[in-house]
Design a protein around this ligand. Sequence first.
Ligand code: G6P
Length: 615
Amino acid sequence: MCGIVGYIGHREAYPVIIKGLKRLEYRGYDSAGVVLYDGTDLKLSKTKGKVSDLEARAEKEISLNGSIGIGHTRWATHGVPNDVNSHPHVSNSGNLVIVHNGIIENYEPLKKELIKRGYVFHSDTDTEVLVNLIEEVKKQDNLKLGKAVQVALNQVVGAYAIAVFDKERPNEIVAARLGSPLAIGVGKDEFFVASDASPFIEYTSNAIYLEDEEMAIIRLHKPLKIRKIKDDTLVDPYIQELQMNLEQIEKGGYDHFMLKEIYEQPSVIKDTYRGRLHANEGLIKMAGIEDNLQKFLNADRILIIACGTSWHAGLVAEYIFEEFARIPVEVEYASEFRYRNPIVRPTDVVIAISQSGETADTLAAIKLAKEQGAFVFGVCNVVGSSISRETHAGAYTHAGPEIGVASTKAFTTQITVLTLIALRLAQAKGTMNNSDFHRYLQELELIPEKVAEALETNLVAQTIAAVYKDAPNALYLGRGYNFPVALEGALKLKEISYIHAEGYPAAEMKHGPIALIDESMPVFIIAPQQEHYDKIVSNIQEIKSRSGKIIAVVTKGDTQVKALADHVIEIPATSDALSPLLTTIPLQLLSYHIAVMRECNVDQPRNLAKSVTVE
Ligand code: G6P
């Protein structure tokens, strides 16, 4: 979703903003813009397209000087992606400029009122309404910028992260948040404002994460002030020292972030279980679980809420929790859950899964579950994110920054955390015998090595990708633990290569998708040696007899599927429950290579956003 970068200090603002916007490209966007104040006037440049298009344009049309400025990458909500709707937006007087992430839901009545008062609008955006509302409030009551922003935001319904400045007071930026993330980098005689810390990590590791309904008045050479938007209370700024470093967010020699992140999986899975999994001692130690063990043990059911790939990880977890810990599990799309008057009881444990920790629907679903008395546990990647703060307890996945829009390492690390939880609960409930428990711990410890081995299928995946890169459709089938992997495989293909793909439980194929099978249909089948292997072999035969092309992910040494399939990709053996951690790897690689061969923008696929902060 939209990205914000602001700067005020002793440097030239333009290079800081442009570099910062590039770091936020992973969030997904369709246009970009920047405004600077060069001591005499505002210099504004914006365009539909990429940050590189903005650079080309800005360098031609404006002077790039100024040590205050704000920039933006826009993911269209109100108004099509075009130059005019791009941010920053300027108020009618030409003094105030704003960038905004989020949606102002009541923008229409506000706009009507402003039009009555003589305001003119050039774009279709809700943001232009907000900047003029601030201007109107400021003018009416002769207010300072901070106060005007506060009064205006109290009239607004919706979600926002904003950064505003006034060219008449170019030593101040006002930032505010409700529902969309915003961080402030605190340097020496300089400040940064950004949607996350990546744009400013190379300048300072001191950051303040604004909470919902907080605003910051950032003035040069003055103490930074944070106030509650509603009641004006002053809040003590909490400055955190960030652990993230620049290398972690750069591509490290890979062509794309997605490929880098696929290859990081052996090490990040290890990071995820480090200090938690003690195979030799037969122990799992997770503070968030131990501190709340009784809540989990007394739970009548576990409700998992998530979106996208995280929802697929939740589906894998459903199989694992029910099998290991014998606790009934339901997995819900957060967006459905929050609007369907769900039954949530105080005896439910809710697990919210989110890589970014900022997904608006997941956040809203958590709030709803909390209101109804449930205990909510978060599984997030981004430390300090909104979801990690909104939940009662949680466990981080420790996957490091995930920049590619198509989620890869987040998925496998989420499954790792959820498996650890399920094993710990199984142990505490006595639903798994001791020897199985020990065996699983040992197998889980070996997963990083096996993922590394699965990554060796890269060349085979590339060869297969070359054969099917022009297919208009694809089918993904799996059974049991690998049904969610089929869904995830199909999602990876469609999101980055724009090939229509469907994931299905293999046995359900007969109730519909089988009608689609002919010699031009690639069918990706996840068929490791596991329970019901013979059933999946029958499914493969059914596809073969209808001339479908079979690409099977099999266990090393497999002969039966090999004899039937057009192509096989071999992965190491593991137990059924852990197999998604391996079977998913070649599917990620296949999608990646197909997208590269189709010349798609792998890291920033069209229309998609990394962090969906609007509902
Ligand atoms: C977007 C991303 C997906 C992600 C989903 C949920 O759609 O493009 O990769 O799976 O949001 O995001 P979350 O951060 O909550 O896991």
